[in-house]
Write a protein that binds this ligand. Structure first.
Ligand SMILES: Nc1nc2c(ncn2[C@@H]2O[C@H](COP(=O)(O)OP(=O)(O)OP(=O)(O)O)[C@@H](O)[C@H]2O)c(=O)[nH]1
Ligand SMILES: [Mg+2]
Ligand SMILES: [Zn+2]
Length: 354
């Protein structure tokens, strides 16, 4: 299994794979999904695999293989069959856009998520904070990449603005079309055997960054991109690529919305070090930091020690979460009931053999 280590294989996956190995299955990592076809990297090179019937029928979408997953598959001549997804180290997810409260898994088994914003017109500290909070709650390290620094006169001022928010994550300036910052990012942040994902709005330069590091144009191979109405290549599916350095990078289609999905009762306070510390000093332990007397958070905003953008983002996210959390609890209840019903039906079917 040593050759799989370069793709991120570890003892974590090894322990779950043992029983599958005994059944003659192989391990592979999902690099792309096209319809039902899954592209895998394995100890013996690349392979194509479909889902087993059981996986296709029984599983919740959440449990189906995603880019970044390790799977156990049965290898045949031209095509494999995926039998199981090995338990994930983590899942980068978001709330699906719109009124739904469903979560979507973007990619799995990630070491660092790079949030990309373009300094030309995409720069938006409020949106950036949603990304940071959601990535942190997925137990993934966020790093901010401010791209297209060649297009603004004073890029450092944008970096300072993000740093001043106080989340404590790394903020890097670079340009995908030039050398400035690119090589430094690659050599200092992209380590061999680690897996990274690029996320952000459409047009911020995610694919250009990947292409620059690959040294050739992945998108020109077709399959993963299409032209949008502006005649520009826009990424349409997720794709994990191995860089010459040995680091793995997942490119993803641009996202218009990045919905936060905090667990019940999580108000999103502890993702900001100062906010977390301040809230401990409020008079009421269940302070919502809006109208209560003796609120240390409101006092800090008034005194100018907590940036108003951070407070505003907190309010916005916590209000949305109140809605998300009640809705998702209700949805889970309905799903459980439906699951019970489906089991009963299957049971009757077996008895009556129809
Ligand atoms: N000037 C400048 N242009 C850039 C830079 N990075 C990317 N671009 C341009 O921005 C445009 C969009 O880049 P893409 O890499 O396709 O953006 P993307 O984030 O992959 O977009 P989606 O796939 O739609 O999500 C292209 O025309 C790039 O050439 C940069 O650092 N400087
Ligand atoms: Mg792209
Ligand atoms: Zn308070």
């Amino acid at each position: 299994m040593t050759s799989l280590n370069q793709y991120g294989w570890s003892t974590h996956f090894e322990q779950y794979f043992h029983s599958y190995q005994a059944q003659g299955l192989e391990a592979g990592r999902v690099t792309a999904i096209e319809g039902f076809r899954h592209k895998l990297i394995t100890a013996n090179g690349t392979a194509d695999a479909m889902l087993s019937g059981a996986l296709m029928n029984s599983a919740d979408n959440w449990d189906l293989p995603k880019v970044g997953d390790w799977v156990a598959f049965k290898s045949y001549d031209s095509e494999g069959i995926i039998i199981s997804v090995l338990p994930r180290l983590n899942e980068l997810s978001r709330k699906l856009p719109g009124r739904t409260t469903e979560k979507q898994v973007i990619a799995t088994n990630i070491d660092t998520a790079f949030i990309v914003q373009g300094l030309d017109r995409d720069f938006n500290p409020m949106r950036l904070q949603r990304y940071i909070v959601q990535i942190m709650q997925c137990n993934i390290r966020p790093v901010v990449l401010l791209n297209k620094q060649d297009l603004v006169p004073d890029p450092e001022s944008y970096r300072q603005e993000v740093m001043a928010l106080g989340y404590g994550c790394l903020v890097l300036l670079l340009s995908a079309t030039g050398q400035a910052g690119l090589q430094q990012w690659a050599s200092e942040q992209l380590l061999p055997g680690n897996t990274y994902v690029l996320i952000g709005s459409s047009g911020v330069g995610k694919s250009t960054l990947v292409n620059a590091l690959l040294g050739y144009h992945l998108q020109e191979e077709g399959a993963v991109s299409s032209f949008n109405h502006k005649g520009r290549h826009t990424t349409v599916s997720r794709n994990l690529v191995m860089l010459p350095s040995g680091a793995m990078l997942i490119d993803s289609p641009g996202m218009r919305e990045f919905g936060v999905t905090l667990e019940a009762d999580d108000k999103g306070m502890h993702y900001h070090p100062l906010l977390a510390a301040l809230s401990a000093g409020c008079r009421f332990h269940d302070c919502t930091h809006q109208h209560e007397p003796g609120c240390a958070v409101v006092a800090a905003v008034r005194e100018g020690t907590l940036p108003p953008e951070v407070y505003e983002s907190y309010l916005k996210i916590s209000r949305e979460q109140a809605h998300y959390q009640t809705d998702s609890i209700e949805r889970k209840r309905v799903e459980r009931q439906f699951g019970k019903m489906a089991k009963q039906v299957a049971h009757y079917r077996k008895q009556r053999k129809y």
